[in-house]
Design a protein around this ligand. Structure first.
Ligand code: ADP
Ligand code: MG
Length: 708
């Protein structure tokens, strides 16, 4: 498992008036620590109260606000006086060294427009700017090229470098080195590598060539104009360096292939679009411009909080940087800050982003594999070399054979010549013998004849010696020819023996090597098959995991929805509960009041019934008495009788009298109210009704109520 590390975050404060000041070497700068301490904060009227490059601590305070301000910690701080070289050495160098070792790297510049991102990454725009002002991207390229030279010379390591240059504007990914290739897609390989499909790669060999490539890409970059900076870009620009490092086979160790990428991004300004004052053609455009940066913020936030879901897929920028953020890469983020007090809130949001980013964990691994391709190429080259030497030996043998044939032909011609000369000599000899005979026959005939014979003999003698000389010459020639031929045959034979011996040795070596290579190839094939198999398995597993992930996401969404509705229900229930609590409270107070009322007014049913009975009997008695009296009274006394009746009735109407009359039948809490005022409570007896007989009594009874 790869060792875990965090994203390294650095901050750089732009000089307050860069046009006038420019970066300059500050006395004592760069000598002691890694980072340069600025001569002055250069922000006395701004939001930075302290900018301590030694401890990496920066104190931010909103101008006009009291208190101690907020402290932010960085892996390094670069003051307004820091040089481009110091920024590269402090923030980027380690990442580039890691890339040379086979670790992926990323360097991002984040900050509001005009704060110095492009200056830090690329350097000033003017081509006449001094070399000391070139930015981190050209410095990294130059560093990589120099190291390539050194590795090739000193360690026999072959490094190849290719460069890509792209921009993302309004979610459209464009290849700046092949501008016709617009709207490219970001894809993920089966091994998890993220790449841009169809993005061109240019092999680079010198820094001048690199600068030319960058200038060409710049010409294609979409630039919008803002109030803040007349040349500020609203697009994200990324330079990607692809490195392949082939290490030689040493002893029995197989050569390794190391691959890595370095992604360097100059992000678009992080300020809110409203703040930049840009008039976008459409709302869609302004949304798309913001999308990548807000997605970047969301991903960084999700990573900082170690959430299970990181929304890389929300934008092309975050997809492209998915490895650099929380993956197989070493990453440095340089946040750029503007001095002065008109941009303080933007500075604060930049600082917050930086703080979250510094909590993001990354785990870079060395990307190396056995260099099978190079091994195969080497084996093939060796086989080809052996084939060539066999072919050369075969040619030599054929040449010797043809020379032998030529020698044989020469020898045959010499033998033929000799035979012809011998035949000529024999015929001359025969002619001579015949001439001699004829002369001997005629020698005795005259002296002239013997002189002639002598002359012929001397001629003959001359011929003979000439023939002898010729014969000797011929024999010498033949002997020399034979000698030469024998020599040549000997040479041919030894060359042929040597050739066949070499052939046999080469054949043996070749067979051995071939077997070795075949074995390597077989292993390579096996490995490839295993790799393919494991790729298939991991692809299947990935698709399973994706399905599971989708399920989990769906479940999560359901749960969130359920939680939301539960929350709503709970809110409603809480509202209801508080209403009910209020109602319960009021009911309880009513209850308490009633309870006290009851305890005050309580009278038992038996008493009421007894009282009712008492009333009934009293009323009946009184009614009977009244009727009786009215019947018995003479007409003249009727007025007085009526007077008596009224007195009786008034005595009945007086509850105290009635109670006294009933012998204490009414107890505590029962009120007998005169008239209708007390109808709601107690018992009311109306005189009219009593007079009306039984019907009146029934109505009187219905009017009686008990209250609790
Ligand atoms: P950004 O890319 O963040 O919008 P620039 O890099 O274009 O900002 O910087 C804005 C201006 O400030 C440019 O003219 C640039 O040359 C200048 N500048 C920025 N940072 C520095 C610095 N550290 N030293 C000198 N000039 C700087
Ligand atoms: Mg810029």
């Amino acid at each position: 498992m790869a060792p875990s590390d965090t994203v390294k975050v650095f901050a750089r404060l732009r000089p307050s008036n860069p046009e006038a000041d420019g970066p300059e070497d500050v006395e004592g700068g760069g000598g002691g620590g890694t980072f340069l301490t600025p001569a002055a904060l250069e922000d006395s009227d701004g939001c930075f109260q302290a900018f301590d490059c030694t401890s990496g601590e920066l104190v931010y305070q909103k101008p006009g606000d009291g208190g101690d301000g907020m402290t932010f910690r960085f892996d390094g701080l670069f003051g307004a006086g820091a040089t481009q070289g110091e920024v590269y050495q402090g923030a980027a160098r380690t990442i580039v060294d890691g890339v040379l070792q086979g670790y992926n790297g990323a360097i991002l510049a984040y900050g509001q427009t005009g704060s110095g991102k492009t200056f830090s990454m690329r350097g000033p725009e003017a081509s006449t700017a001094p070399e000391s002002e070139i930015g981190a991207i050209p410095r990294a390229l130059s560093h990589l090229l120099e190291e390539r030279e050194r590795l090739s010379k000193e360690e026999n390591v072959d490094v190849s470098l290719c460069v890509s240059y792209l921009q993302i504007y309004c979610e459209i990914l464009q290849d700046l080195l092949a501008p016709a290739s617009t709207n490219l897609s970001v894809r993920e390989a089966t091994d998890g590598r993220v790449y841009v499909q169809g993005l061109s790669r240019v092999p680079v060999h010198s820094i001048n060539q690199c600068m030319e490539i960058l200038r060409e890409g710049d010409n294609h970059r979409t630039v919008a104009f803002t109030n803040l900076n007349a040349a500020s870009s609203r697009s994200h620009a990324a330079v990607i360096v692809h490195l392949e490092r082939r290490e030689p086979t040493v002893g029995g160790e197989r050569g390794m292939l190391v691959t890595s990428t370095l992604t360097m991004v100059d992000l678009a300004g992080s300020e809110r679009v409203k703040r930049s004052g840009v008039q976008y053609q459409k709302l869609e455009e302004s949304k798309a411009i913001n999308l990548s940066l807000s997605s970047l913020g969301n991903c960084v936030s999700a990573l900082a909080h170690e959430r299970s879901h990181i929304p890389y897929r929300d934008s092309k920028l975050t997809r492209l940087l998915s490895q650099s953020l929380g993956g197989n890469a070493r990453t440095a983020i340089l946040v750029t800050l503007s001095p002065g007090n008109d941009l303080t809130s933007e500075n604060l949001s930049t600082l917050r982003f930086a703080q979250r980013a510094s909590r993001v964990k990354v785990s870079a691994v060395r990307n190396e594999t056995v260099d099978y391709a190079t091994l195969y190429q080497k084996a093939q080259a060796e086989v080809d070399r052996k084939d060539d030497s066999i072919h050369a030996l075969e040619l030599e043998v054929a040449k010797l054979k043809s020379q032998l044939t030529e020698c044989k032909a020469e020898r045959d011609a010499a033998v033929d010549k000799k035979t012809a000369a011998e035949a000529k000599f024999q015929s001359a000899e025969a002619g001579y013998a015949a001439s001699l005979n004829a002369l001997q026959q005629t020698s005795g005939e005259d002296a002239d004849g013997s002189r002639a014979v002598a002359a012929i003999e001397s001629v003959n003698e001359k011929w003979r010696s000439e023939i002898d000389t010729l014969q000797k010459q011929h024999e010498a020639q033949l002997a020399e020819l034979r000698q030469r031929m024998e020599k040549q045959i000997h040479a041919y034979k030894s060359a042929a023996a040597e050739a066949s011996q070499e052939h046999a040795v080469a054949e043996g070596e070749l067979t051995h090597e071939r077997e070795g290579y075949l074995e390597t190839l077989t292993k390579y094939r096996e490995c490839r098959e295993q790799l393919q198999q494991s790729e298939k398995e991991s692809a299947a597993r990935i698709s399973e995991l994706l399905v599971e992930k989708a399920d989990y996401e769906a479940k999560e969404a359901e749960l969130v929805e359920a939680l939301e509705s539960a929350r709503k229900t709970a809110d409603i229930s809480l509202g209801k509960a508080s209403d009910m609590a209020e109602r319960v409270e009021s009911l309880e107070s009513v209850h308490r009041e009633q309870a006290s009322q009851i305890s005050r007014d309580y009278v038992s049913r038996e008493h009421v019934e007894a009282m009712e009975r008492l009333f009934k009997e009293t009323v009946e008695r009184l009614t009977n008495r009244l009727e009786q009296l009215e019947e018995n009274v003479p007409d003249r006394q009727r007025g007085r009788g009526s007077e008596g009746t009224r007195k009786i009735l008034s005595s009945i109407e007086d509850p105290r009298a009635a109670a006294g009359g009933a012998g204490g039948g009414i107890r505590r809490g029962v009120r007998v109210e005169p008239g209708g005022g007390g109808a709601a409570r107690g018992i009311r007896i109306e005189p009219g009704r009593l007079r009306a007989g039984g019907g009146g009594r029934g109505a009187g009874a219905a009017d009686r109520r008990r209250n609790f």
